[in-house]
Design a protein around this ligand. Sequence first.
Ligand code: PMV
Length: 328
Amino acid sequence: MVIADHPITAKAHTNIALVKYWGKLDNELIIPQNDSLSITLDEFYTQTSVEFLPDLAADEVVFDGEKLSADSSVKVRTFLNLVRNLANIDDRAKVVTQNFVPTAAGLASSASGFAALAGAASKAAGLNLNRRDLSRLARRGSGSATRSIFGGFVAWQQGHNDATSFAYPIDEQPTWDIAVVALVLTAKQKKVSSRVGMRLAVETSPFYSAWVAASRADFETVKTAIQNQDFDLLGHTSEQNAMRMHALTLSSDPTFTYFNADSIKAMNMVKDLRLQGIPCYFTMDAGPNVKIICQGADAKRIAAHFQTVFGKDQVLITRPGAGISISD
Ligand code: PMV
């Protein structure tokens, strides 16, 4: 194993879960309670470069042009320690990361962020990981990052330990015309992190076991919908699954929600469009932003409709994106 003598850069796209991960079996290893399934999105990504340098006294992290304090870089440094352990090295690293995602607003920046960091740091440390092992490594940073290693439709197999919990591609280059219209309703940091929110759900929601059972069934249904290119089945099941996840926040103790007034307005608009005969479905992650799953041919008019209410820059059309790429 040889440490790279130049910075290694990785680019990873974010993903939106159609069948969500919301709860861990193992908090340390990030083993989830159920399989999940996502689409990788082409418009939102993170680009990260990493170089391990013998003369550095401490890890240095530059995030969107700003040098992070020791406190705010703790997750990144903990992750670098994992990589150092795996590669059996001691050198500190210089990390420069650029996020092309509104951070922490439910557009899953931690997914693209930790996937890119896993790709760049492991290669910079001299590890030559295959994509399955990269997804296992990314998982240790953030669960949703597990799936951002691959493009298109991706599943994360729950597994039961570090070796068996990884992502795999279901359809890396979908041949059907599918799009996601993302509504950036706020780019503010979320109040309850996904880590805290899912822990609360596991520990306090009386509906938690029902969620796991329903998600297992949803996973099989969405997988079948992808195989058969059945858009309505995929959309309907994804929307149901999202609302089931959000029912966990409402039934946790203390209760909380990621919805804001605009989220509810947007969800109702999606339902109205459906009544007018335009097939589209919504999903939401751990933030107020709403993503609309639609067919590519309808994406422009759906986006235009939402732009009249939420503003032009708040509405973005995105399509299935590629898996991780890493420089030589
Ligand atoms: O892995 P995290 O901390 O980004 O949590 C992800 C949680 C959801 O985005 C809500 C669902 C998912 O499967 O991505």
